[in-house]
Write a protein that binds this ligand. Sequence first.
Ligand code: COA
Length: 574
Amino acid sequence: MSEKRDLTIRVAGEGGEGVVSTGDFMTAACARAGLEVYTFKTFPAEVKGGYCMFQMRTSDEPVYNQGDNFDVFVAFNGEAFELNKHLLKPGTVLVWDGPGGDFEPEIPEGVISYAVPMTKTSKDLGSYRSKNMVALGAVSTLFNVHEATLIEVLTDKFKKKGDEVLDFALKSFEAGKALGLEHEKTDPYAIVEGKEGRDNIVIAGNEACGLGAILGGLEFFSAYPITPATEVAKYVSAHIPKTGGTLIQAEDEIASLAQVLGASYAGKRSMTSTSGPGLALMSELIGMATMSETPALIIDVQRGGPSTGLPTKHEQSDLFLAVHGGHGDSPRIVMSVEDVKDCIHMTAQALNVAEKYQSPVVLCSDGSLAFSTQTVERPKPSDFEIVNRKRWDGEGEYKRYEFTDDNISMMCDPGVEGGEHVATGLEHTETGAPNFTPEWHIKNADKRFNKLKPLADDLGPQEVDGDRDEEVDVGIITWGSTIGVVREAIQRLRAEGVKVKGFYPKLMYPMPVKEYEEFASKCKKVLVPEVNYQGQLAFFIRAETSLDPISYTICGGLPFNPAQIVDKVKEINS
Ligand code: COA
């Protein structure tokens, strides 16, 4: 039976049935076995109950996105089956809870199915609680999910809950294995052997942002919990005490950014994390950071908007807010991350950028990436350069907003003799004294905007996926986690002989205009896929460059898959 090297398993059921744990255990087992993993999950806005799904894609080669569809679908209940049956294509596999579950599926034509009485077995063993462990046991034998590493991760997780919980989980797992072995395997799917000698870690996007912040020398963090950003704060809260830093859970998002600005004024590398609704509340204080030239990093883990919107669903719809949220001409730096590796390295980089340019920096992540667990090379602390703010050297008269060649003045921590100053939200002179004349307002506006102009060159060129000089039929420009989808789509299109390349900006604002135009000059057509309704990046491209790209948007709460991009390129290229 030919082994499929890239395997995608989806598990779905009711929140509270242990769907996420099932996925987490499979993921950890595959990663520990040296495989690449990329996970995606959706969970309900309700605090308990509601449809919950976890999908793991694994391979012995790099995996950039969740893929087009699953190969194996494990249905814990009838609702999950109904919501996913349209994806059960010929050749895919359905593992379903029966007999004894709450549904009896009509198996679609060509779909291979295995009935596993998860509910009945766990109840017979004494508790419904381990239905998911029965399922996991069956999946491990049916699809060669590394049993030894699975038992390792189960034990690591459940031993903290006591021997009774652990023993029952393991007994249920063994029962599930036996059920899996009862079936004659007629599908081609099995997890392949991993590659030895890789020093990888497996981490989700939000935790990776927290790790990047710690490695980036974070000293102060304040946040207010909000789905889907809270895990950034959870990670930082567990680790910042080890570095001597401070974390506060503020009473709301306004307070959290205010505390960040206060700590930054006091000389500390400071950040917060939030989602769209919180970023909207922060917009006035982002203006304060701009006016007072105070370094501050804000991680925005985007979700479906506007308002409360789709709290647990994916979208890339905060770009307008991130770039222009707030009144007045209020420049800030906006960057975005593609994957878990970026979450680590770009969070650290964004702290440096905030410090160096004395500016608020909004780093955009998104709902798909927040909870996506991926394999990434273990980061080495020595790889993380700490860039500090320009500080007064104590010479001569100190002027907080002194005009300089690079438009970046010297900061001075409070308490330094001769360095006393006011960091003000009022328009001001070089000393910070309030001044409302047109002359000072214009001079300082020039300063605030011009200091950011060197940033694009400072960060270096944005990535072109392909040969910069190659003339192609279609150029694809995208951002955030959609980049990973486009990478795979471009691989597939090139394999079919389509002349295509990609441009992946991560500095979103100020826009590296020259690079957009150079890229587009080699493309007959330019496509901009993004997950929002209005085509927000396409809007900025039209507003700031000479390009008029084709906007391709979806906004159903889910990320793109590679097939959608492939089909769209073929459609515009026909
Ligand atoms: N035996 C014992 N414990 C088990 C178990 C088993 N067989 N299977 C899972 N568990 C434990 C897990 O370890 C976890 O415990 P922990 O919280 O101490 O880690 C707990 O049961 C939940 O299991 P898990 O698999 O993680 O979750 P789930 O799939 O049952 O439900 C969610 C997932 C996300 C829906 C749910 O946990 C949740 O968080 N709901 C709130 C959703 C939300 O935040 N909405 C947004 C509001 S704005």
